[in-house]
Design a protein around this ligand. Structure first.
Ligand code: PNS
Length: 161
């Protein structure tokens, strides 16, 4: 029988509990989850690609059906490479909608066989983003509520010194 596969793409700079919520819930519903770090041309980088992947790997170690990748190209081409027909994205608030609509419409134009499914981020995490966590970390605030312990350590290393 064919395995159900989903790709969870993002910048993950760094992964937060909001991302992890979507990954865990997807891992419960698909046979294979491929988390992929891709380039968002409108964002800079705080952590390099290897660091981001290490932080994701450390955060998903309890999920046996999750693999972590990076890809230097179009998301739809990565989906083809791993044989996935579904992209999963988290939706936090109405403010995410327009951006997500543009992303999904473009991906659909690029490859009509790939569907994007949206999952509402759990309400506890609906206000968390990598950038807002980095913003408060820069002021040495406690960020342990928002990111997994390995990520909190990495943020402390970067910002608290
Ligand atoms: O976490 P983000 O920054 O919202 O994720 C956006 C990301 C990285 C998934 C998106 O920018 C992306 O897919 N980049 C790869 C290039 C691509 O395929 N672009 C076409 C879709 S707009």
């Amino acid at each position: 029988m064919n395995k159900t596969k989903a790709v969870i793409p993002g910048s993950f700079d760094p992964i937060t509990y909001g991302h992890l919520d979507i990954i865990e819930r997807s891992a419960d519903r698909f046979d294979e989850i491929h988390v992929c770090v891709l380039k968002n041309s409108s964002k800079g980088g705080t952590f390099n690609i290897e660091e981001r992947m290490d932080l994701i790997r450390g955060s998903v170690a309890h999920l046996s059906n999750v693999e972590v990748h990076h890809f230097n190209g179009l998301l739809v081409d990565f989906c083809k490479q791993v044989g996935a027909k579904t992209i999963v994205r988290g939706l936090r608030a109405v403010s995410d909608f327009e951006y997500e609509l543009r992303l999904t419409s473009m991906n659909k134009k690029l490859n009509n066989n790939i569907e994007t499914m949206y999952m509402m981020t759990s309400t506890n995490y609906s206000f968390i983003s990598s950038s807002i966590v980095k913003e408060v970390a820069a002021y040495k605030a406690d960020i342990s509520e928002f990111v997994p312990p390995n990520v909190a350590e990495a943020l402390k290393e970067k910002y608290y010194k």
